[in-house]
Design a binder for this molecule. Structure first.
Ligand SMILES: Cc1cc2nc3c(=O)[nH]c(=O)nc-3n(C[C@H](O)[C@H](O)[C@H](O)COP(=O)(O)OP(=O)(O)OC[C@H]3O[C@@H](n4cnc5c(N)ncnc54)[C@H](O)[C@@H]3O)c2cc1C
Length: 396
């Protein structure tokens, strides 16, 4: 038997769950499928130990989806973004610049939360929505579209007729592949280590990026862990260096991490296991197909710099919701408008993050010196500094 639904969300990662909550909250009937049941406990094996810093424009999208009220009590505000250049001969901080949200807004830049906690709260929100049917353990197997509907076959053999399919099924998106939409991918030979640390000195809501070579070492504030100040770390390096680091014994790893952090916030102690993420930039040639919208990593992937990835995904979701109307849901007009609105924005942000990443990877000493001088020059011009902050937050 075939079930009819307004929206089928393929993928129950953070972005897909948010999409299901948003369309469910807007009154549409929704089925959301994912072959991997979400891990909603931070201590369970396989838990997503990354964190997401939600920037200001993401908050109204989360509010409308009934998600923000659940997240706010756990969120750690980010008031200052600190950029530290440690590109000299020795691994010490030689230039430090603070970008304070107070210069451009009465609000913090954003709010940081662990990804496993997002999954817990998003799934709880879906449970409370009668018009949303979340089916963990079920995958999208086949997609066939025609003008009036998308016909989706699921891995349990059931078939769904949807007016709109939202592909939120990740960077290898099976829905995108079924539609034959090509992607453009840039590889950097780089990986990220993501984990949490405790430290003796408080972070005072400062998010810190330390630049030396190989990529940034970023500390993002979290709530206390076992009574100690705690931050999430994203440490980007070349692939071989990450492979070397993850094979070190715990004491040697801690030593290497503390050298790389230049002693900021005191001696860092590893508080969670390491997880490793390959770093790429990728964009789909278009974000729409017949009866299909691509969003999140199915549409675009960026290196984790400046907290852009999931925030861009919530920008996608905000546009999809704004363009949706019960009479025209999934029709080509609104889907083309979605592509026109989101693709150029994503392309611009990809280019910006790509440039920052390449600058941070630089190894040769004279170029590292030039990078420090350029950062200093940009920072010293107050209007440029404010403009960069607004751009980074997504205020313009
Ligand atoms: C180290 C690191 C730190 C980051 N920090 C930030 C940050 O601070 N701020 C920010 O905005 N972004 C950040 N990002 C980016 C952010 O984490 C990602 O954008 C986001 O997690 C990706 O979400 P997604 O739902 O698109 O993809 P995924 O999490 O990959 O989810 C895709 C889902 O699709 C499912 N799926 C696969 N096949 C099928 C199928 N056949 N049918 C149905 N479902 C399927 C998968 O099981 C998976 O659950 C970071 C990324 C990294 C690597």
């Amino acid at each position: 038997m075939r079930q009819s639904v307004d929206v089928l969300v393929s993928g129950g990662g953070v972005a897909g769950l948010a999409a299901a909550a948003a369309f469910g909250s807007a009154g549409y009937s929704v089925i959301c499928v994912d072959p991997a049941p979400p891990i909603t406990d931070g201590t369970a094996p396989g838990a997503d130990l990354r964190t997401t810093a939600f920037l200001q424009p993401s908050i109204p999208v989360l509010e409308a989806a009934g998600l923000w009220e659940r997240l706010q009590p756990h969120a750690m505000p980010l008031q200052v973004m600190r950029i530290v250049d440690a590109g000299g001969a020795e691994p010490v901080a030689r230039i430090t610049h603070d970008f304070n949200a107070a210069d451009v807004s009465a609000q913090p830049f954003g709010w940081n939360l662990p990804n496993w906690l997002l999954r817990r709260e998003f799934v709880a929100r879906l449970d409370a929505l009668e018009n949303v049917d979340f089916r963990p353990g079920t995958a999208t197997s086949r997609v066939f579209t025609r003008e009036s509907e998308a016909l989706v076959t699921l891995s349990d053999g059931s078939r769904v007729s949807a007016r709109l399919v939202i592909a939120a099924d990740g960077r290898h998106s099976p829905v995108r592949k079924a539609l034959g939409i090509p992607v453009q991918t840039t590889r950097y030979g780089q990986k990220a280590l993501a984990f949490a640390v405790t430290h003796p000195e408080p972070h005072n809501n400062v998010s810190t990026e330390v630049h030396r070579s190989g990529g940034p070492f970023t500390l993002v504030p979290l709530g206390d862990h076992q009574g100690k100040p705690c931050s999430a770390v994203v440490w980007m390096e070349t692939g071989p260096e990450v492979d070397r680091l993850r094979q070190l014994d715990p004491a040697a790893f801690e030593q290497a991490m503390n050298e790389r952090s230049c002693g900021l916030y005191g001696w860092l102690e590893q508080a969670t296991p390491l997880t490793v993420w390959p770093i790429i930039t990728q964009i789909a040639e278009r974000f729409n197909g017949q009866r299909v919208a691509l969003m999140a990593e199915a549409a675009h992937v960026v290196p984790p710099i400046g907290a852009q990835g999931l925030n861009m995904s919530l920008g996608d979701l905000g546009a999809l919701i704004a363009l949706a109307a019960p009479e025209t849901l999934g029709e080509s007009g609104p889907l083309q408008a979605y592509h026109r609105r989101r693709w150029p924005e994503a392309k611009l942000r990809l280019a910006g993050v790509d440039a920052l990443n390449r600058a941070s990877m630089i190894d040769a000493q004279p170029l590292r010196d030039a990078r420090a001088a350029a950062l200093h020059a940009l920072y010293s011009l107050a209007p440029v500094r404010r403009g960069l902050m607004q751009l980074g937050i997504g205020m313009r």
